[in-house]
Design a binder for this molecule. Structure first.
Ligand code: GCV
Length: 627
């Protein structure tokens, strides 16, 4: 027994003394180079030969299998094609057995990366794809992109949009398209297709040979024949270089982006024109429904997507997919689901989730997002969707995501895109045991640390809701950067939808946004039973109370507390939860390597400070109304 303990401690010591910066993510296989692999020579064979701990592994093609699916029996992996074998090889390395097939065909990361190297809402350093070197696009970092590709392939992600939805037209110039080809060539063996965000007015900035005598166009009107010809020629140019190019993602007529409304055309006119250009190559158009302040300016912001798109349902070409955020507002820590998913019936739909923590404490707060995404699937059945997009949290930081635990959100996104029925707990467990090897079963005396870490991850999203936006308060984040509270936020020159006071509507009588039939009637956009449930103050779940109702300060909550007291309760609970996370992190110190432990610890101290700050600022502010 003593010998065994000594052996375990030695193994742990070796593990802990190794420099550890988190760069390896959850892929911590040591090259053992001992397995003999029988079967086709492919990337899956390479991976198994290098990392598989067994002596033999076998790879088998079975053309009758579903695309990308795999079957693992012992150390034999069977799949239809090389990508299926690769997914299977990674699954075998993490200990899976049995049959598995992806739920969604489209499992896509959206990078909000700008060509100058900055990342919109990025909190982990600069872009891995873009930057300028002497005014030219930077050279491709092949080995880094290969690492990125294997991380994605290991969790089944099969597409990536390389640039920000607030897209620069330059993206479609020859010099950048050539770079996109370089990325596509590196990513292809890993089963990852590239896509681009496009600026709808690109024909007005980027000249195209053979169109309008090589001069830029004066219009981007989607019904104009020269505009159509420009996009067709652009698609041809791209597909000649990248035959398996995925297609375009478009943000149009929202937050100042150009779009078909500029020419009195509809979203369908715009999307269909682009769809026609990529159709010969089997490309797709992902058209975003995140719109406000254009055609329905002045209407409650959370209603505008349905108002704009409902009447167009059924008018989109078959290769257009409407891409909508999970909530109707903007990636708040908790939102009711977006009712656009109820209202669109004859157009393909995708959900857009945000992996980067724009409103959830950036990469400073430990917030595990799988519970939030699972909550969404409880309202929007996965079978209503053809794909999932996730706004990436990846940058040039050594550990990719800024916070070591933010890697878990990248991991969870991929796993849920593969199988939305997986539980948050099983995903967290997989991630923890792969990422912190000392938690693996073979070091059983230490596995007792797994459960506090698991519990911390699983409670972290609710804690964040508690200290940031209890009982349905929303968008009371500081202007522009969205980090920290600014409940009194009002800047007359800003659109009212950016101002926190518009959302909480606190005054001496009460608080909350009336979205019932007596108010903006946003509840009417929901299917039953939610429409009636949310509309009635007696049945509206209290987690959404101030989202849907303006209530007097004297309103009694189910707990018997009045509204302000209930807010106090939640703020306190949120802070106490973070205090407990800090305690857990101290407790696991002996089993976590020094560098990662310290880096997480520093961030946790910030998180705690911030949670206390949120509590104080909000209680002081709202207390001044509620008295
Ligand atoms: C990419 C919010 C964010 C913006 C983002 C926008 C969108 O408004 O704050 O940074 O822009 O959503 O999703 O288009």
């Amino acid at each position: 027994m003593r010998k065994l303990t000594l052996l375990i401690l030695t193994m742990v010591f070796v593990q802990l003394t190794k420099a550890e910066d988190g760069h390896q993510l959850w892929l911590r296989y040591q090259p053992v180079n001992k397995a003999k692999v029988t079967g086709p020579e492919c990337l899956a064979a390479d991976k198994l030969r290098t990392y598989f701990l067994g002596e033999n592994a076998t790879l088998v093609f079975d053309p009758s299998m579903k695309e990308d699916a795999y079957q693992i029996k012992g150390s034999t992996v069977t799949a239809k094609n090389e990508i299926g074998l690769l997914y299977g090889a990674y699954a075998l390395l993490r200990g899976e057995q049995g049959y598995s097939a992806p739920y969604f065909n489209l499992r896509i990361l959206n990078h909000w990366d700008n060509l100058d190297g900055s990342i919109e809402r990025g909190y982990a350093g600069r872009s891995i794809f873009w930057d300028l070197e002497n005014g030219q696009p930077k050279a491709v970092n092949t080995s880094l992109i290969e690492e990125y590709a294997s991380a994605n392939a290991s969790i089944g992600i099969n597409g990536t949009v390389l640039n920000n939805v607030n897209a620069s037209p330059k993206m479609l110039s020859a010099i950048y398209i050539n770079k996109v080809k370089e990325y596509a060539d590196i990513l292809r063996p890993y089963g990852i297709k590239v896509y681009l965000s496009v600026n709808f007015a690109s024909p007005m900035s980027v000249p195209m040979k053979g169109i309008n005598n090589g001069k830029v166009l004066k219009t981007a009107d989607p019904l104009n024949p020269t505009v159509k010809a420009w996009w067709k020629a652009k698609a041809k140019e791209i597909y000649q270089l990248i035959p398996d190019f995925g297609g375009f993602l478009v943000k149009a007529n929202s937050e100042g982006q150009p779009g078909p409304f500029d020419y009195n055309r509809t979203h369908a006119d715009g999307a269909n024109m682009l769809a026609e250009a990529v159709a010969p190559y089997k490309g797709i158009i992902m058209w975003r429904s995140f719109v406000y302040g254009a055609k329905h300016k002045g209407e409650d912001r959370v209603k505008q997507a349905v108002s704009e798109f409902k009447e167009l349902d059924g008018k989109f070409r078959s290769n257009v997919i409407l891409q909508s955020k999970n909530g109707p507002l903007d990636f708040q820590p908790r939102e009711p689901y977006a009712p656009i998913f109820d209202n669109i019936r004859r157009t393909k739909q995708m959900a857009e989730l945000q992996i980067t923590q724009e409103y959830l404490g950036h990469s400073r707060h430990l917030v595990y997002l799988a519970p939030m995404w699972r909550e969404f699937f409880g309202f929007v059945a996965p079978e209503r969707l053809v794909g999932i997009a996730g706004v990436a949290n990846i940058g040039l930081d050594k550990n990719w995501c800024g916070h070591h635990f933010a890697q878990a959100n990248w991991y969870a996104f991929g796993r849920l895109a593969w199988n939305p029925m997986l539980t948050s707990e099983s995903i967290a467990k997989e991630w923890l045991t792969q990422t912190f090897k000392s938690l693996q079963d073979n070091l059983s005396p230490l596995t007792s640390h797994l459960s506090p870490l698991l519990s911390m991850m699983l409670r972290s999203r609710e804690a964040c809701v508690d200290y940031m936006m209890p009982i349905g308060l929303h968008h009371i984040f500081a202007f522009d950067h969205h980090y920290g509270p600014e409940p009194n936020g009002f800047i007359p020159q800003y659109p009212i939808e950016w101002c926190p006071v518009y959302y909480h509507k606190a005054d001496s009588l009460g608080i909350g946004f009336d979205r019932t039939h007596t108010g903006s009637d946003a509840t009417a956009q929901y299917r039953e039973p939610y429409c009636s449930m949310y509309d009635d103050i007696n049945t509206c779940p209290e987690r959404y109370l101030l989202w849907f109702h303006h209530v007097p300060w004297s309103h009694r909550m189910k707990s018997g507390r009045m509204v302000y007291e209930e807010m106090q309760f939640h703020y306190n609970r949120g802070v106490e939860e973070v205090e407990d996370f800090v305690r857990i992190w101290q407790e696991v110190k002996p089993i976590i390597d020094e560098q990662r432990w310290q880096e997480v610890n520093t961030r946790m101290q910030h998180q705690l400070e911030n949670a206390r700050e949120w509590r104080k600022v909000r209680l002081d502010y709202f207390g001044s109304f509620s008295k």
